[in-house]
Design a protein around this ligand. Structure first.
Ligand code: IMP
Length: 440
């Protein structure tokens, strides 16, 4: 069987690029959508016929009955969050099932988030003397810490009651002691925790399988897999703006380790970038806007976190960071989202380079001090000042909007494959060369 082209799709910036909608639109071209990193800190908003779905863990692919969803081994899974999402989807009329003939599968090697992970994270984030990251408080970091410390609980072990009981007893003893000693936190009750999680395990069991085998078999059988990233490349634990990052490999490399499919099977890499930039939480943001234009973008773009509701920081397009993101991911295609949000901007500054000590540079600093020294250099493009909402053909965009996109493409080093002109599935432009790649 010839191998058809799979794809990794990921956020090119700090998350919230609008991947949910794009994965949903593209999932029509794929047989399987597999999440490879993060947990329920991600929030993918999808609007179908005016109905809004926010998915945090489950890949949006499952919104199409013919598409399978996989939660890969690189994900940290909160069983309660997973089950409540399944319930929500079923209530919306989607018959989500696991097992043979089912649509949704969870890796037996994924790590489990337990209540003490949240307890430790909340206490540590608020502790004096610690660098506040502004996390989503979902226990993501501590769950990955336990994974790397070889002290975590995997899904396969969650399904084994006696192992689960021993793990919870030992872990609670350790975490309660640490949290109390360091932060004065009240202890969690291991007996109650065991009972809740043993019940959850029973409901989770039908979804659990060896997803690396499932994915490799699917590819060998000629199926196409979309490897769905969460967060964005600049929140990657290695390549992002450390320490203001998440705790997983959100870049394209994470798709390999996070699913058990090797790099030669990944196909292409698609980066999703907003036409501008946003960030939630703390950390450097060279093109952040500090005047009323930020409010305009925030209001028009509904820039509030899908998971936490926090207002997002807004900024102009940052080409040095986009080029960096395209480099570390080997991004071939870009999808530009939220084009219509800039319809009312009379002028659009775009950062083309950084200046450090009076010299132009494209180097992305590894340390936070380096970011403090950056002076962004802007080119100001003329805004198109008319509606692009719902436009579905590139040629029907106002000329100045076309010029903006052409400039972005030329400067970023990747080809634009799609442009999103509104939140609905249909408000999308697909460029012909990209459509050809998708149908291969
Ligand atoms: P954590 O992933 O909850 O540990 O949070 C670490 C950082 O990543 C914080 O700045 C969060 O705001 C950010 N973050 C985590 N998930 C997302 C996301 O889905 N979109 C945008 N930012 C995120």
């Amino acid at each position: 069987m010839t191998q058809r082209k799979s794809a990794v799709i990921l956020g090119a910036q700090w998350g919230d690029e609008g991947k949910g909608k794009i994965v949903d639109v593209l999932s029509g071209h794929f047989d399987v959508v597999a999440r490879y990193a993060g947990g329920h800190n991600a929030g993918h908003t999808v609007i179908i016929s005016g109905k809004r779905f926010v998915l945090q863990l489950i890949p949006c692919g499952v919104l199409r009955p013919e598409c399978k969803g996989v939660i890969g081994n690189g994900v940290v899974l909160d069983p309660m969050a997973f089950l409540s999402e399944v319930k929500k989807l079923r209530e919306a009329g989607l018959p989500i099932e696991g097992g043979p003939g089912g649509q949704l599968f969870v890796s037996n090697r994924a790590q489990v988030i337990l209540p003490y992970h949240r307890m430790i994270e909340l206490a540590a984030e608020n502790a004096p003397g610690r660098t506040k990251i502004g996390t989503t408080s979902r226990g993501i970091g501590p769950a990955y810490e336990d994974k790397m410390h070889r002290n975590g609980l995997r899904v396969v072990d969650l399904l084994n009651p006696s192992l689960l009981r021993t793990h919870i007893n030992n872990a609670c003893h350790e975490k309660n002691t640490i949290a109390h000693a360091l932060f004065g936190t009240e202890p969690l009750d291991p007996k109650q925790m065991y009972e809740e999680y043993a019940r959850a395990a029973e409901q989770l069991a039908p979804f659990v399988t060896d997803t690396a085998v499932l994915l490799n078999d699917a590819i060998r059988a000629g199926q196409k897999v979309m490897f769905e990233g969460a967060q964005g490349a600049l929140l990657d634990i290695d390549h992002g703006t450390y320490p203001f990052v998440t705790s997983s490999s959100s870049t394209a490399g994470g798709a390999v380790t996070g699913t058990g499919v090797g790099p030669t099977r990944m196909g292409t890499v698609i980066g999703v970038t907003k036409a501008y930039v946003t960030r939630v939480g703390e950390g450097p943001f060279p093109t952040e806007i500090n005047d009323s234009s930020a409010e305009l973008l925030r209001a028009r773009g509904q820039e509030y976190g899908a998971v936490t509701g926090r207002p997002r920081r807004c900024g102009w397009l940052d080409l040095p960071l986009l080029r960096y993101s395209n480099m570390i991911n080997s991004t071939e295609w870009l999808v530009v989202t939220k084009m219509d949000v800039m319809d009312e901007c009379a002028e659009i500054p775009v950062c083309t380079h950084y200046k450090v000590d009076g010299k132009l540079t494209d180097t992305i600093p590894a340390d936070m001090r380096g970011f403090d020294l950056i002076e962004p250099v802007f080119t100001t493009l003329k805004g198109w000042s008319c509606s692009t909402e719902g436009v579905t053909e590139f040629e029907r965009l106002p000329l100045l909007a076309q010029e903006y996109l052409t400039f972005l493409e030329k400067e970023s080093g990747a080809r634009i494959g799609m442009v999103s002109t509104g939140p609905d599935r249909d408000q999308t432009i697909t460029l012909p060369a990209f459509a050809e790649t998708l149908s291969a």
